[in-house]
Design a protein around this ligand. Structure first.
Ligand SMILES: NC(=O)c1ccc[n+]([C@@H]2O[C@H](COP(=O)([O-])OP(=O)(O)OC[C@H]3O[C@@H](n4cnc5c(N)ncnc54)[C@H](OP(=O)(O)O)[C@@H]3O)[C@@H](O)[C@H]2O)c1
Length: 346
């Protein structure tokens, strides 16, 4: 290669599969805002979106229908179009020589696939065999607050309860929350299409199937398994209850954490204040704690309500409340950070 030619490892051609989706749109925004050093961006979605123009770096890029030739000349592919598309097309992209960063759950628990949150286990990226998986959004947001504590005072057990936004279920779910809220306020009937229950002014258990053997739904099972894989610690005990709330963007999670040794709220605050990608929002005097409206559009995970869990007299347990933009750190931003490692490490 002559010095004038772009180096595909440092100046890659990047593709987004699912470019019109809730996450795909934010992936392109992250690439632009973080000045990712790409030489070209290709955008793919279903045939329904072919020809739609997307603004990127001052130009207009057409969305193309995903097909067998989509990965010719592409170096890095960000997949965000659901597990079935990833399972069908990621092997094809790899055969064409591209590295896949997959935002679906298709490959996350495959032992050969690194499951990466760069602030936690960036070193796992170099062991990839063509695919790197982005974890579940609740798992990422919780892990951002838990990992610094785990390093300082090993976590033995975590109990979490999530409060999950509509956008976690995609663009159509956001539309359902908006439309059903308008209908409710106008006293009009609304037939929900995405969720099994009315979403406006309601709260319900996460819309994934329950495993009859365990009683946990799919989302909860992903969070529990993926936390152990990201932390590379099978001993950590995790339980989760995942709930949908009528919020458009950003998930909240209540965390109850039991450590190996006694831990004080002041120590938790100090550890998390120094953690990358975490911001303390813990103003008890003003009753100002993490909220989805303040987490939306932010790369940082907000952490507050830091207090001793008085139900554990040993002093080894603390309670926290976190809010994180699951379209950003829970999906698009995390994937782009992984891509940044690929180009800087090569
Ligand atoms: N939303 C989140 O917060 C979040 C967080 C973590 C992980 N994820 C995962 O990210 C993935 C995308 O989620 P999302 O929320 O962005 O969903 P979404 O808003 O429903 O978007 C789905 C995307 O996939 C495309 N697509 C659908 N069928 C396709 C096909 N046959 N060929 C090519 N593209 C196709 C859609 O294109 P059209 O517009 O043309 O239909 C759209 O761009 C899912 O695997 C999800 O589990 C989502």
């Amino acid at each position: 290669m002559s010095p004038a030619e772009p180096n595909p490892r440092r100046n890659p051609v990047v593709a987004i599969v699912g470019a019109t989706g809730a996450v795909g749109v934010v992936m392109a925004q992250c690439l632009e805002e973080r000045r990712f050093p790409l030489v070209a961006l290709r955008l793919y979605a279903s045939p329904r979106s072919a020809g739609r123009m997307t603004a990127f770096n001052g130009a207009a890029i057409p969305v193309e229908a995903l097909g067998e030739r989509s990965f010719d000349g592409v170096d890095i592919v960000l997949f965000s179009a659901g597990g079935a598309i990833s399972r069908d097309f990621a092997p094809l992209a790899m055969r064409r020589g591209a590295i896949v960063i997959d935002n679906s759950s298709a490959f996350r628990m495959d032992p050969a696939v690194p499951l990466v949150v760069p602030e936690i286990n960036a070193e796992a990226i170099s062991g990839h065999k063509g695919i790197i998986a982005n974890p579940n959004c609740v798992a990422i947001i919780a892990a951002m607050a838990l990992w610094p504590l785990h390093r300082a005072n090993r976590i033995r057990r975590v109990s979490m309860a999530s409060y999950q936004a509509a956008s976690g279920a995609g663009a159509a779910a956001m539309a359902e929350l908006r439309q059903s809220t308008e209908a409710h306020l106008a006293d009009r009937p609304y037939a929900n299409r995405i969720f099994p229950h009315p979403y406006a002014f309601n709260v319900f258990s996460h819309n994934t199937a329950i495993d009859p053997a365990t009683g946990y739904n799919d989302e909860e099972t992903k969070v529990m398994r993926e936390t152990r894989k990201i932390f590379d610690d099978d001993a950590i005990r995790v339980t989760a209850t995942c709930i949908r709330v009528p919020v458009l963007r950003a998930h909240c999670i209540a965390l109850d954490v039991e450590c190996e040794r006694p831990i004080a709220p002041a120590a938790v605050r100090e550890i998390l204040a120094a953690a990358p990608g975490v911001r303390i929002v813990d103003d008890a005097a003003r009753n100002h704690f993490p909220m989805p409206n303040e987490a939306s559009g932010q790369g940082d995970v907000l952490v507050g309500r830091i207090r001793q869990d008085v139900s554990d007299p040993s002093g080894r347990s603390v309670a926290l409340f976190v809010a994180g933009d699951q379209l950003l750190k829970g999906a698009a931003l995390n994937a782009v950070q992984i891509a940044e490692y690929l180009v800087t490490a090569s």
